[in-house]
Write a protein that binds this ligand. Structure first.
Ligand SMILES: [Zn+2]
Length: 262
């Protein structure tokens, strides 16, 4: 049975560990030391590394991990600088098979945060729940900043995520949930699902428990960046922008600008 757990790194990053309690694959190891510590404690063999985009807090540990685990396969976006020699470049529609864990990921191109950003989607998943490793594209209650791509690209990427099944577990790479929800609340003060989730998240954080993974269904209910098509979200964005926003993409772009300054 595969289980998935977060390894905290830096201030608020999560490196996701996917393991059958013998072999292990990590997603976006920005640091090697916390990964090595968990591998040693749990007597795991590192067999693979999945990379979503080129930022250092997602790739900084790759070289050091490969020094100890030279047989580990590294997968990374084809259109960004590879994090290590011998890394396998993957792009939209490619499949990454991890036979040791019985998982097969489909690659989704999700530009916006960076231009070559990819996500790893596993349709069969664990316990009937598909898996999505989305890097810095989607956060619980938020989305990545537009460092390289356009609002249009990010909106399209998030629309692809929103089309995935509701039970899909969403493994985001930062613990930004609580701050993100404050913004969602400013946009949608009357969203009852959001109010419930705010309370749940506050309790988890008080106890130091990660708020992730989230799910696609949960995010569709509370994350304003997946809700620009809704009248209430549009009205708030228009009021803040002081202009009429007659397309979803324009509402999305206004929300992103608003959040950047929030
Ligand atoms: Zn990033």
């Amino acid at each position: 049975m595969v289980n998935i757990s977060p390894i905290p790194a830096f201030q608020d990053n999560y490196i996701w560990l996917i393991t059958n309690n013998k072999q292990a694959v990590v997603v976006d190891p920005g640091q090697a030391a916390p990964v090595e510590q968990v591998l040693a404690e749990r007597e795991l063999t590192l067999t693979g590394i999945l990379i979503t985009h080129h930022h250092h807090d997602h790739t900084g540990g790759v070289e050091a991990l490969l020094d100890n685990w030279p047989q580990a396969r590294v997968y990374a976006p084809a259109s960004e600088p590879l994090p290590a020699q011998g890394a396998i470049a993957v792009s939209d529609g490619d499949h990454v098979t991890l036979p040791e864990l019985g998982l097969e990921f489909e690659i989704m191109a999700v530009p916006g945060h960076t231009l070559g950003h990819i996500a790893y989607y596993e349709a069969n998943g664990v316990a009937g729940e598909p898996l999505l490793f989305c890097g810095d594209t989607l956060f619980s209650g938020g989305c990545g900043r537009l460092f390289e791509g356009t609002a249009e690209q990010m909106h399209h990427s998030l629309t692809r995520f929103a089309a995935l099944p509701d039970p899909t577990r969403v493994y985001c790479t930062h613990e930004y949930t609580q701050a993100n929800l404050a913004f969602c609340h400013a946009v949608e003060p009357n969203n009852v699902e959001l109010q419930k989730y705010l309370q749940k998240v506050a309790k988890l954080r008080q106890q130091g428990i990660p708020t992730l993974p989230s799910s696609i269904g949960q995010e569709k209910a509370i994350n304003v960046f997946l809700r620009p098509h809704l009248e209430g979200v549009k009205a708030s964005a228009q009021a803040h922008e002081g202009a009429e926003l007659n397309e979803n993409i324009k509402v999305f772009a206004a929300l992103r600008r608003w959040k950047d300054a929030f």
